[in-house]
Design a protein around this ligand. Sequence first.
Ligand SMILES: [Zn+2]
Length: 251
Amino acid sequence: MGILKKVRRTLLGPNHKQRTDRFRAKLSNFGLSRFCPCCQSYVATFLPHGQVQRPQARCPICRSLERHRLIRLYFANKTNLLDGRPKRLLHVAPEIEMSQWLQKVPNIDYLSADLMSPRAMVKMDITDIQYPEGSFDVIYCSHVLEHVPADRQAMREFFRVLKPGGWAILQVPVTVPVTFEDPTVTSPEERTRLFGQHDHVRRYGPDYADRLREAGFDVLADNYPAAMGEWKRIRFGIRKDEAVHYCRKAA
Ligand SMILES: [Zn+2]
């Protein structure tokens, strides 16, 4: 590293470039009609995203999607996550922005885990979790179980490692009236055709909540977006049809 770069880095901090880039993006995307609760940015619009492009989906600053903004608001408004009491939290398949935020919350003892991603703090197979019973107060796992053949086993593992009185938010795409899966379907093309993505192994219906109950959880499929009202949904770029699966282990 050149001497000027070193001086600059010492004076301005290691993330100076990141911060400058974000500031520029905030300026160029500024507007008052939308607000991203993940990166706390006022933006003129969210961007389209997805194979079938969904309008108002991706934050132009932090790249969060509708589901991330929904959960960020849910954490703040509908759970005890930010009550200041110490909590051990397991974040499976960590999304960058959410991960960075959770690590900054003073009362959270944070652990991220993933089967593959080097970004996570530990490697973890969620069907065989390497932590003892009652290790976590909170688990957050979003859009993972639809990739996991033994999803019921993963649910039981989440239940096991949660402390009594603890809770988990376990999100999946709910896209059909009744869950359907077929383990004989293994080719990426067929999976895309049947399950909507090359690496999905099923489509879930609202009976997803029953699978979670079978694992032991008390499940609230909370239609928070509906309760929020249309004005807020539009402002935060949140979809109307996505229930939050709040899963509690009885105390
Ligand atoms: Zn954002």
